[in-house]
Each structure stands twice: as C-alpha cells, then as structure tokens.
Design a protein around this ligand. Structure first.
Ligand code: HEM
Length: 467
C-alpha cells in the first residue's frame, strides 16, 4: 500500500503505531550494535516516541508547506555511464499467484578479456515485485540442464542457484540498495567467458506483473585491483557439534568455528537458513583469547528478510582470530513458519521445507606493502573449488628462485605437499592442483619463496550441499 500522502498515512496510523512499536517495520533484523552497518533501516528511540505521541494526539496533519516532495515509485538508476549493462533477455511474468517465486536467469556475457568490477548496480525492472537478487558468476556448463529443464524463461530454485557455481555468491541486493562502489584498489573478478546467474525473489502479487531487471557494471582501470571474495566459510564441514539434523518437535542449536589463516579485511556477512531458522550470532575471539567482539546478531531470523550485511568500515581480522557462528532452529509446531505440519525431522537441503546452515563472508586479503618477488593467483579467480576440477595455480617471478607450495587447512595443518624448495626459471608458471583426495572444508594454498609467503583461500564444498 502506498504511504505517500497525509491521507494515506493517517488511514493506517494505528497500524503504523503497532508495526513500528513491535519492530516488524521498518524491516531490519540485525540487532547487535557492535559495528555500523550500511543501509541500517532503524528508527531512533525519539522517532519511535514521536510516532506514538502523534497517534495519542489523534494523528494531526503537519504544516503542508513543509511537506517533502512525493517519493519516486520507481527510483532512477545511479550509474550514469556503465561500461557494461547485462540485461535479462526476456521479461518474466510473475503470474499473479499470492505466493513468492524464486527464479534463476542465465545471462551470458562476452568480454574480450577478464575484468575487475569496481562498481555494480542491480536495477529491478519492476520494483513492486522484485524482493531480492543474488548474483553468482560461473564459467562451467552445469547450469545449462537446469535452464533447459524449465520450459519458462529462467529456472526455478528456492533461495539458491541450485549448484555451486565458480563464485557461489558474487553480489547480493535487497530493496533500497543502490550502486555499490568497491574501495579504491578492490573489486569483483569477472572472467571473460563467464555467465552471470541472476537469482531473483519475486514477492506475492494478485495480478500478473512482468519484470525485466538489469545490472550495470563499471570496470576498474587499474591492473593492480585486489579481488573481493564472497565465500561460504561457515557450512556443515566447519560445524563443531554433531551432524546437521533437525529432529521433529525439537529446537536445535549448531555451532561452527574456524581460525582466520592470514590478516583479512572483512567487508560483509550473509547468514543463510530457511524457515526453521530462528537465531544467528557471529563473533570473534582473538588469537590469545583475551578479546572477543560481536560481528552480527539476528535474534529474530526471517527468511523473507535475508540479506547481505555490510560493514560501514571493513573490520580487520588478524591471523589466528577464531570466528564462531551459532544458529538456532525451531522445528516444533510453535514455529508458525514451519513448512511441515505436523513437523518432520529435517536434513540439509536447498528446498523450502529443508534447512541450511551457511554464512557467506565477503573479504579481501590484507596486503602488506613490501616489495614483491613474485605474484601469485588461483584461477579461476573464484575460490569455490571442486574435486572434479583441478585448481589452477599461476605465479610469475622476476628471477630464478626456489618455491615451496602447500595446501593447509584453517588450523594450519599441512594437507598436501605440492613441492618443496623447487627451483623455477624467471617467468610465468602454471600448475594444476588435483583436489581429489582432500576432505571437504576450508583451505588455503601457500606459496613460499625465501622472503615472501603468500596465501589464497579456497573452499571445497560437496556438490550435494546444493543439489
Ligand atoms: C502500516 C503498516 C505497515 C505494514 C502492514 C507494512 C508491511 C510491509 C510489507 C508486507 C513489506 C514487504 C513488501 C514486499 O514484500 O514487497 C514491507 C516493506 C517495507 N516496509 Fe513496511 N509496512 C508498514 C509500515 C511501514 C513503516 C511505517 C515503515 C517505515 C517506518 C516501513 C518500512 C518498510 C521498508 C523499508 C520496507 C522494505 C522496502 C521495500 O520492500 O521496498 N513499513 N512493509
């Protein structure tokens, strides 16, 4: 319903008083105040009090002369000169059924070379029905059968892409979020032959509505752009208690933790569970266990308001810091959102009645300013590794020198020795790293020369986590 004039607002006055008092509106689920988050939809105590006072006073109209201009129903685009616009090739019709719909649209892009994205803007085609967007980047072919199987434009997938793409979560958008610019020298990696996978959440509507959304991209001009990754570092393989199972009629709590393997800048967090999820809490403990800080707390998890929480200023996490994640699930009939009636024991799964325990971390490796003897990257730029596809390690050295290369887990334990003090000629080198024998989990690949040590994260997730 529109809330754009005195008459419209006054007719909802008592309801506005109620929804703001109980915290249902404006929608904002993060309750910890430890770090300022971008786009906080919060009313101050004073604002809440003045709404209540206004209702007590019989909701009088203010001075019409001070009335601000009416808000735009369809906000304009912020990016005036994008380098690339990636659009849905057809309009999708949300066919006017009173329930939410989730679809993935495959948007191929054809770039002459790999690029780093310095700014991005998702532009909903139809504001009134587009409730959220998740973007992933993929260079594989796994998505094609999913797309072909669904006769309509795009394919159905609840809350996720439906498999683990190269970059399982590249960018996310929720209503109200405008253009995102990455800090100077940072950006998102976009391989030249990638497909953008656009997961859209359409809200309920009583009449058929058409949407054709698009994405504006600006590319970095600098060759020295560092990649910002969004990785699911909290998942069932970083859990510390039991296996993921939610017995019918019970509430259950799960805990996961891992140790940060090198200094990081943490830019954002995206917790993910479905309709049984009730509570999320993320916090850190310093390496010497003397200090702890809250990262994010959601006391009243609501799947419909799932979103990426971005810190106003990135948090520096030192090597050795432990990150803890706690999530609570309510699989009783007290949980009015429980999709099973009577409750059914539930396992991991991406379907609506199943459950998940994931937290995506958006991060950038903290880069020391010292002179580099070599540069090192993992290809594809993405770091969601697969057992079926070897990791591609590339490095370039200015002079003949010896290197040691290892795969370590997040506790620092060596899991694979690739080479030890092996001499390489000056130039560019490419090595394939076979991950077949590695257990699922969080790892980093470490390349070490005499005075330089460099590390890259990757996550090995079982495909069936998303199938
Ligand atoms: C009058 C009682 C209200 C009701 C019943 C209500 C209900 C809702 C619902 C159902 C949505 C989701 C819309 C969708 O899925 O597309 C929503 C979105 C939202 N509401 Fe309210 N709301 C009310 C008042 C308010 C007030 C007073 C505020 C601000 C102080 C507010 C701020 C928002 C915001 C920021 C969003 C998300 C933005 C968006 O989806 O575009 N609402 N509201």
């Amino acid at each position: 319903m529109p809330l754009t004039s005195y008459e419209e607002i006054a007719s909802y006055a008592t309801m506005i008083g109620y929804v703001t008092k109980v915290g249902y509106m404006p929608p904002w689920r993060a309750s910890s105040k430890a770090h300022a988050l971008k786009g906080e939809n919060i009313l101050s105590k004073e604002e809440l009090q003045s709404i209540q006072q206004w209702i007590k006073d019989g909701f009088p109209q203010g001075d019409p002369k001070t009335l601000p201009p009416a808000p735009l129903t369809q906000a304009g685009e912020e990016m005036s000169a994008p380098d690339l616009v990636v659009s849905m090739t057809e309009a999708f019709e949300q066919y006017g059924v009173y329930y939410d719909q989730y679809r993935v649209f495959v948007l191929p892009i054809h770039l002459p070379e790999d690029r780093m994205v310095s700014a991005i803007e998702f532009v909903p085609g139809k504001n009134s029905i587009v409730r959220g967007a998740l973007l992933s980047v993929d260079t594989g072919e796994e998505v094609m059968p999913l797309d072909e199987w669904d006769p309509q434009y795009g394919y159905f997938s609840f809350g996720e892409i439906g498999f683990v793409p190269d970059e399982s979560r590249w960018y996310s958008w929720q209503p109200g979020k405008g253009k995102s610019e990455f800090p100077e020298g940072q950006g998102l990696y976009l391989p030249k032959d990638a497909k953008l996978l656009l997961h859209l959440h359409y809200g309920p509507t009583g009449v058929p509505e058409k949407d054709s959304s698009h994405i504006n991209l600006q590319f970095s001009k600098s060759a020295q752009t560092q990649q910002q990754f969004t990785l699911p570092l909290v998942h069932p393989y970083s859990m510390t208690n039991d296996s993921f199972y939610l017995p019918a009629g019970e509430t259950t709590r799960y805990h996961a933790s891992f140790t940060v393997p090198f200094d990081l800048e943490l830019h954002g967090l995206f917790p993910h569970s479905h309709l049984l999820g009730k509570h999320w809490e993320l916090f850190t403990v310093s390496a010497d266990r003397s200090a702890s800080q809250s990262l994010l707390k959601i006391e009243d998890w609501d799947f419909n308001w799932k979103q990426q929480y971005e810190f106003e200023a990135p948090l520096m996490l030192k090597q050795g810091t432990t990150i803890h994640a706690l999530a609570a699930y309510d699989n009783t009939s007290e949980n009015l959102l429980n999709p099973s009636d009577p409750p059914r024991s539930m396992n991991w799964g991406k379907r609506m009645f199943e459950e998940m325990f994931l937290v995506y971390f958006s991060l950038v490796k903290h880069q020391a300013k010292e002179q580099k003897q070599y540069s090192f990257s993992l290809l594809p730029g993405a770091v969601n590794a697969k057992k079926t596809t070897p990791l591609v390690l590339r490095f370039q050295n200015q002079k003949r020198q010896s290197f040691t290369c290892r795969v370590k887990d997040f506790s620092g334990k060596v899991q694979m020795d690739l080479f030890d003090q092996k001499e390489f000629k000056k130039g560019e080198h490419q090595i394939l790293v076979d991950l077949q024998d590695l257990e699922w989990g969080n790892y980093y690949l470490e390349l070490q020369a005499k005075d330089q040590i460099d590390r890259h994260l990757f996550v090995l997730l079982a495909a069936d986590l998303f199938d």
